[in-house]
Design a protein around this ligand. Structure first.
Ligand code: ADP
Ligand code: ZN
Ligand code: ZN
Length: 964
């Protein structure tokens, strides 16, 4: 038997490799196991994807070791990797790597040592001398360690120098696998093992010697509750002063030496005059009259007992113990022991440190005394661990929701019976139409069947809201997965899912690869969002999360629900063609009565939501907001040169007057605030990207939004030296300051990717706006996404057509989606609202349709345009991209490839396949490197490319999100 492995190395590998399994591994190995092997001449990780009776090569190498006793990949994931590789024309090993948690992948590193038989002969360079010196001193080292140990000036060329030494046999080279970056997090714990007696015994060995403590200890352990003072002093070696100190501290009680008189039983007659004294017996001699005492003694009426001075504890024993430790300066020991006694189970050391002032030193001493035992426990790094979620109950569905849900349920049950995958669903409904409730029903049903669910959201910024909502409905079941988590957190979430400890994962793209063993539902919310598509220049595969979700659904027979207010044109087209099942929720916004009424009360406003007859009691709804289009050309003609049209100004005034909130929306941050010389017309551009630099007021600097380069604000035109340099266009910062000028009494906040770069700041800014700590929110498209702003009654779109001029076939669709989503914002408030869209192209169908909330009309117009130009969905695209610092070389390479592709197309007689280009893309120069691209437009571009060797530096992007 042979194991077929995918080798996890950085270099792209299309195929699998066969290895044989040494005896003990034969039994253990399963599909999906991560193993260590030799690949070429170095060590590498491999993943078992199949077993074979034969191997295609005569001699196979053995598998060296199993890295993780549990499989890291499930068999459906192996199939998924093969599909990704085939569909996106990406190397199989990079597709499989996508499914591993970050940090588990280990690259091999070289080890270097001086050849022991080297005689020291031969000339070496300065760098080589330095390398030899380090190795001489430290013995063999890993490549990366060696580089770090070298003086800075030798680091740059160390590798080449070392390789020469290897070739001359002066150095010996080997390989190792780096240790993984993540491993399960173990915490050290301690627990109490001592019995109470052991603690008493040990108390005299901890801390500093102290006589007073010895006395307390003696008293506490003595059988006699009131031992004689002399015995105490003798046995403890303490002195009189120690007792005095203890007495002053109220820890002991001392009784002085005394004479006790007890009546003598043999006494016959008590004389009259002694009668009174005798009756007081037994008594201390001191308390009686001295004459009476001597008389009674003389008459042998009493027995005289001489009592020594005694000492006793004045506090309970447990308290005495504390004082013993304290007196010995060992209160930390006591605090630790006491804490562990109370919890009566192993406790994390960090908790012990937090609860006491103890340190590792104290713990070690306690362990030496045999009082505590150290241990370790695995903990999950869970980013949600410190959040509380208030559970909420599922509302009764509206009749529309019922209809939708019934269809999903029926189709799912049917598919289940026939053991096939249900057809994917496209759920089309405006924001607030109740889609999320449907997702939750589907997930609830899946959980009941013992299945798991994945909920995809397009952006990390949206994760917290979605997580909150799902966690509230399914407390204890939900985990998050996204790239802002630490490697450790992601690794642990991945492992919890592998072990079946969580059921629902919420997150962007990568949440798709959660290794569930019985996945029942995949939700792709906002399925039209293009951030679901990976794009160059990051490493391949450039997969689309929606398409991948559908494939996973097919593989594991899970229900896939795509949801959107503005479905992707291709998705909608497929649904119309019967490939997906189309579900519609009517065009109105809903709310839960309790939430709406609660909000209204909290904000002391009268909500305009109303209850409609056919809905359940708990549902309130409100119609979609009216949208007004303002023609900016007419504004100009009327002499209004401000960025705010008269209609918008009026509307803002009104809203502010009524103490309502306004959102002013600018398409894409800083897109137009470029710098222009009024004398020579020079536009200041990024020297690396050839794109206009944007002016940022906050930094007083010019910033390139493609490579992040910053330049100081110039005083003169670099071209002609003129001082007449002017900022044109509008960025969010500038809009913010214009708003402040025009509405000087209003409180203004800005929300864009500059202000939200910090981890939690988007939540903070929003929270403050929701609390009505600001009146006007100025922002970019980020505010178009799923959030709830109860007091917003006006959304102004400053310019709808910033992007309509860009040369990409999807621009109409993007504009429509954006405007619809923005308009959706205005519609969800308690007070209803309206939208004002400013544009230079009031007749454009995308703008018109968005204003009418009319997806279908937009779809029909757009599909007409797509048919006419053979764009998707009628043809599919593949983008071949070359990035080269040398523009001329790039152009030549591109021309060569285009020619070869044409040739290949003719040979394969693919008449419906077009090869467009090479052309420089719209964003031609990014980060100092030039781009060239070739578009393949065909019913299936992979048919042309699959058996065509695209040269290595070219990147192949199937179904690209943008052709710019
Ligand atoms: P979407 O996902 O389409 O944006 P949601 O599912 O978030 O829509 O619903 C919008 C609001 O309406 C939410 O506050 C939700 O709690 C509420 N809601 C949805 N369905 C119902 C229902 N059947 N009864 C009461 N409230 C509902
Ligand atoms: Zn100039
Ligand atoms: Zn740049």
């Amino acid at each position: 038997m042979y194991a077929q492995l995918v080798i996890n190395i950085e270099a792209p590998l299309e195929t699998t490799f066969h290895y044989h399994m040494p005896g003990d591994l034969q039994q253990k190995l399963c599909i999906g196991h991560l193993v260590e092997v030799e690949f070429g001449r170095r060590l590498a990780q491999g993943i078992v994807v199949a077993f074979d009776d034969t191997a295609p090569v005569a001699e196979t190498k053995p598998i060296i070791a199993l890295i993780d006793p549990e499989p890291v990949i499930r068999s459906w994931q192996v199939a998924l990797a093969r599909w990704l590789s085939d569909y996106y024309l990406a190397p199989l090993n990079s597709c499989l790597r996508l499914l591993l948690p970050p940090g588990l992948t280990r690259w091999s590193d070289t080890t270097l040592e001086i050849n022991p038989v080297w005689d020291g002969e031969g000339r070496v360079t300065k760098t080589q001398e330095a390398i030899l010196a380090v190795l001489e001193e430290k013995g063999d080292m890993r490549g990366r360690q060696l580089k770090q140990a070298l003086p800075k000036k030798y680091r740059k060329k160390w590798q080449k120098a070392a390789n020469q030494l290897v070739r001359r046999n002066i150095l010996l080279k080997g390989t190792v696998l780096e240790p993984p970056r993540v491993r399960p997090k173990k915490i050290r714990t301690a627990e109490l093992v001592a019995r109470p007696r052991d603690v008493w015994n040990a108390s005299l060995n901890l801390g500093r010697a102290n006589k007073q403590s010895d006395v307390l200890h003696y008293l506490a352990q003595s059988n006699d509750p009131l031992p004689a003072e002399n015995d105490v002093l003798e046995n403890t070696g303490a002195g009189e002063d120690h007792l005095t100190a203890l007495e002053e501290a109220d820890l002991i009680q001392r009784s002085p030496a005394s004479t006790l008189l007890v009546p003598d039983a043999s006494t016959a007659q008590v004389p009259e005059e002694l009668q009174e004294a005798f009756e007081q017996l037994p008594a201390l001699a001191d308390s009686l009259a001295p004459e009476a005492v001597s008389a009674m003694e003389a008459g042998e009426l009493v027995q005289v007992i001489e009592q020594p001075a005694t000492v006793g504890l004045a506090v309970p024993r447990q308290e005495a113990l504390r004082h013993i430790f304290e007196l010995r300066n060992g209160h930390n020991y006591h605090a630790i022991l006491e804490l562990l006694r109370q919890v009566a189970q192993p406790l994390a050391l960090s908790d012990i440190y937090a609860e006491t002032d103890g340190s590792m030193y104290h713990l070690r001493r306690l362990e030496k005394q045999g009082l505590i035992r150290f241990g370790s426990e695995e903990v999950w790094r869970d980013p949600l661990a410190d959040r509380d979620f208030v559970p909420t109950e599922a509302p009764q569905l509206t009749s529309d929701q019922w209809q939708v849900w019934e269809q999903i349920k029926e189709a799912t049950d049917e598919a289940r019976q026939e053991q096939i995958a249900p057809k994917p669903f496209l759920l089309h409904g405006v924001t607030g139409s109740g889609k999320t409730e449907i997702y939750m029903r589907a997930i609830e049903a899946a959980l009941k069947r013992g299945e798991q669910a994945i909920v995809l959201v397009p952006e990390i910024a949206l994760t917290p809201q979605t997580v909150r909502r799902f966690a509230a409905r399914f407390p204890g079941h939900v985990a998050v997965m996204h790239s802002r988590l630490s490697d450790g957190q992601r690794y642990d979430t991945w492992r919890r899912a592998r072990q079946g400890l969580i059921d629902i994962v919420v997150g962007p793209r990568s949440a798709l690869f959660t290794p569930f063993n019985n996945l029942g539902v995949i939700v792709v919310d906002e399925e039209h969002d293009h951030s679901y598509k990976q794009a160059p220049p990051i490493p391949a595969p450039y997969y689309h999360a929606r398409e991948t979700a559908i494939e996973i659904g097919r593989l594991v027979r899970a229900t896939v629900i795509l949801g959107s207010a503005t479905p992707d044109l291709v998705t909608y087209h497929r649904a119309k063609a019967g490939q997906y099942q189309l579900l519609e929720l009517p065009k109105r916004v809903m709310g839960h009565r309790m939430r709406i009424e609660g909000q209204a009360k909290r904000l002391s406003v009268d909500s305009r939501y109303a209850h409609s007859e056919e809905d359940p009691e708990d549902t309130l709804s409100i119609p979609l907001p009216p949208v007004k289009i303002v023609d900016l050309r007419q504004e100009l003609r009327a002499g209004n040169r401000s960025v705010f049209s008269r209609a918008l100004q009026e509307a803002v005034d009104e809203a502010l007057e009524r103490d309502e909130q306004v959102i002013l929306f600018l398409n894409r941050r800083g897109s137009h605030s470029f710098v222009l010389c009024r004398d020579c017309g020079e536009v200041l551009k990024c020297p690396s990207c050839d794109l206009p630099l944007t002016y940022h007021r906050a930094n007083i600097a010019l910033i390139c939004h493609h490579c992040g380069r910053q330049k100081a604000q110039p005083e003169h035109c670099p071209q002609c030296g003129s001082r007449r340099i002017k900022y044109f266009g509008l960025g969010t910062e500038e809009l913010e300051s214009l708003v402040r000028q025009r509405w000087s009494d209003a409180r203004v906040v800005r929300w864009d990717s500059d202000t939200t770069a910090r981890h939690d700041s988007h939540e903070e800014i929003l929270a403050s706006f929701v609390k009505h700590e600001a009146d006007i929110l100025v922002g970019t498209q980020m505010i178009a996404k799923g959030l709830d702003l109860p007091l917003v009654t006006l959304v102004g779109v400053i310019s709808a057509d910033v992007s309509l001029g860009l040369p990409d076939f999807q621009i109409g669709e993007r504009t429509f989606q954006l405007l619809t989503q923005v308009a959706g914002r205005a519609g969800r408030g308690l007070l209803g609202g309206r939208v004002i869209v400013q544009t230079y192209k009031p007749d454009h169908y995308a703008i018109q349709a968005a204003a009418d909330h009319d997806y279908v009309t937009f779809y029909l117009e757009e599909i007409r345009f797509r048919t006419r130009h053979s764009y998707p969905p009628f043809r599919r695209l593949a983008k071949l991209l070359l990035i080269d610092p040398n523009n001329e070389r790039g152009r030549k390479e591109a021309a060569k490839l285009a020619q070869a592709l044409q040739q290949h197309r003719r040979e394969k007689a693919l008449s419906a396949t077009e090869i467009v280009g090479p052309v420089p893309p719209f964003f031609q120069r990014i980060d100092g490197r030039y781009r060239w691209q070739i578009l393949v437009r065909a019913p299936d571009p992979a048919r042309l490319l699959r058996d065509f060797e695209v040269p290595r530096p070219w990147l192949v992007d199937i179904d690209p999100a943008s052709t710019l």
